[in-house]
Design a protein around this ligand. Structure first.
Ligand code: G4P
Length: 549
């Protein structure tokens, strides 16, 4: 697989055609074609952090595994920015790692692993062009993998599947493929087939040329695993029956049509599969090669009015994440944007579509964990952190003329609700400021009604750990101690002002206005909701986007 092959496969005719018009456009077009922007989606513990590290190791971004993420016993916890994250071994913040590989620039966008932060993950997935679905060979598809896969399908993001931890005993490879096909309806098309069962990982059969890529373990998997390339005869002589059974299984796959088809992959019907051990760095180069060769480069994105913004058009970007206090050394607020079109140059003054105001981009950074570097220019597919961008919120658009506004990112249906107030009334002002900021960042949704008043708004979340983030940040960033009381509601529906009085009269129901103006009715449980809907067919009650939609 070569990069030339990649460019040939991925050339966007619109990019190629309009690229000839001006040198700036040409640069954006050429740079866009080199970009691969993707996220790894997985259930917690499938090995996302380990794989991120292994990819960085292969691209020579780091010299030894353990430098980027790392958990107990490893080098540092760079991406874990909050005490709570450290304690739980989870990562809430989403940042991006950029590195060169071959002729390509890879942007690996980090996603929070825990399902309580699925709304954040959804936002991150609006910023990528491709995804790697990481599966633990011993466990197969797990609930969070399934949910995240549905989001990719919904957004038309093509998926490469990596079956990880092949170095330890697990399930049979054919059984794992069957599970992918049966449970998510995606046709798996392995590019490489494992030589050796799970637990006896010797190497990969490269299905494109029938050769054998043999790996050698390095101490602790801390450095890139050396590869030896053998032809089929040499592989048979070396590995005997183990090689023969890999060949047989690979032939079986070809007979059932499980070979890569670029169009079907881009259409989300098939998924190239690679077997790997992120821990031993086996198969990691193959993952990078696959992304470079087959994953789509950035392409045009439609504005809310349906006008496409081609990658060669003037600068535009979409904000997908806002985060403050990412570590104690930098208490500023960062808005992460993904460049959609044109060339971004630090210092340029762009327009914030939602307010129509100019926005100066003096401080622009790439951020990965605690590593921050100034960005002087960026191209479609790149992720840039803008410092102290207080007006920006997830889903917002920045552009240089002509005007463009991209579709907003939908809020998810919350399922957990809690009242929050400052422990001390004297802290009300800071409390108010803090809750507004956390609301804008999308950490939780904030609901209010007259009965409860402004001093005790209600937080609405997809997962309860979002509340912990709020209380931890209230304390550490704003110096406000809070009191949180869980409310007994579990279901929310969108309603309107006309229906509000009728709903408020019902038992087990309370009506609120969300800060974006949407009127929400909260119900104690779905049976209550069903009963009220049945008895009051005139009331407006619309479902919200669910986390699993
Ligand atoms: P996550 O980010 O998806 O949550 O997973 P993470 O990389 O933290 O990996 C979860 C556990 O799985 C870690 O073990 C990690 O070492 C292990 N792991 C990841 N990839 C592989 C692999 O290819 N093979 C094997 N055998 N194990 C793998 P841990 O015991 O929780 O932590 P640690 O002390 O080993 O770091």
């Amino acid at each position: 697989m070569t990069t030339e092959h990649a460019s040939a496969l991925n050339t966007d005719p619109a990019t190629a055609a309009s690229g000839a018009q001006s040198p700036g456009r040409d640069t954006a077009g050429v740079e866009a074609r080199r970009r691969r922007t993707f996220a790894v989606i997985s259930h917690p513990d499938a090995g996302k952090s380990t794989l991120t590290e292994a990819l960085a190791l292969h691209a020579r971004v780091i010299s030894e595994a353990g430098a980027v993420h790392g958990k107990a016993g490893r080098k540092s916890t760079v991406s874990d920015w909050m005490e709570m994250e450290k304690a739980r071994g989870i990562s809430v913040s989403s940042t991006a790692l950029q590195f060169n590989y071959d002729d390509c620039v890879i942007n690996l966008v980090d996603t929070p692993g825990h399902s309580d932060f699925s709304e954040d993950t959804y936002r991150v997935l609006t910023a990528v062009d491709a995804a790697v679905m990481l599966i633990d060979a011993g466990k197969g598809l797990e609930p969070q993998t399934l949910k995240l896969f549905q989001v990719c399908r919904h957004r038309g993001i093509p998926v490469v599947t990596v079956i990880n931890k092949w170095d330890r005993p697990g399930r049979s490879p054919l059984e794992l493929l069957d599970e992918i096909e049966e449970r998510i309806g995606l046709i798996p098309t392995p590019l490489y087939w494992p030589v050796g069962i799970a637990g006896d990982f010797r190497g990969l059969l490269d299905r494109s040329d029938g050769g054998f890529v043999r790996f050698t373990r390095t101490s602790g998997g801390a450095t890139v695993a050396p590869e030896e390339h053998l032809d089929a005869d040499a592989a048979a002589a070396r590995e005997g029956d183990v090689w023969e059974s890999a060949v047989e299984e690979s032939e079986l796959l070809s007979e059932t049509g499980a070979d890569h088809d670029q169009e079907m992959y881009l259409a989300g019907q098939t998924s190239p599969v690679i077997f790997a051990s992120a821990m031993l760095n086996f198969g990691v180069r193959q993952i990078l090669e696959t992304l470079v060769t087959y994953a789509p480069p950035p392409h045009a994105r439609d504005g809310v009015d349906g006008t496409p913004r081609h990658v060669t058009d003037p600068f535009s970007a979409v904000v997908f994440k806002v985060q403050a206090g990412m570590d104690t050394a930098h208490r500023d607020r960062l808005a992460f944007m993904r460049v959609v079109s044109g060339t971004f140059e630090r210092g340029m003054v762009v327009t914030h579509a939602q307010t129509g105001r100019p926005f100066a981009t003096k401080y622009a950074l790439t951020v990965f964990g605690r590593d921050r570097n100034t960005v002087d220019d960026a191209y479609p597919g790149d992720i840039v952190g803008l410092v102290n961008a207080n007006a920006l919120a997830p889903g917002h658009t920045l552009y240089s003329d002509p005007r463009i506004e991209f579709a907003p990112i939908p809020s998810f249906a919350p399922e957990h609700f809690a009242m929050i107030s400052a422990r001390s009334a004297g802290k009300y002002k800071q409390f108010r400021k803090a809750i507004d900021q956390l609301d804008t960042e999308g950490v939780v949704q904030v609901l209010r009604n007259n009965a409860r008043g402004d001093a005790s708004p209600v937080m609405a979340a997809v997962g309860p750990m979002q509340f912990e983030v709020v209380t931890a940040r209230m304390q550490s960033e704003f110096g406000v101690e809070t009191v949180v009381n869980n409310l007994g509601y579990t279901v929310a529906r969108e309603t309107d002002k006309a229906s509000a009085p009728g709903l408020d009269r019902q038992r087990g129901v309370e009506v609120f206005t969300r800060s974006d103006g949407v009127v929400l009715a909260l119900f104690s449980d779905k049976w209550r909701l069903q009963y009220i809907e049945k008895e009051n067919p005139d009331l407006t009650l619309r479902p919200l986007v669910a986390a699993s939609d």
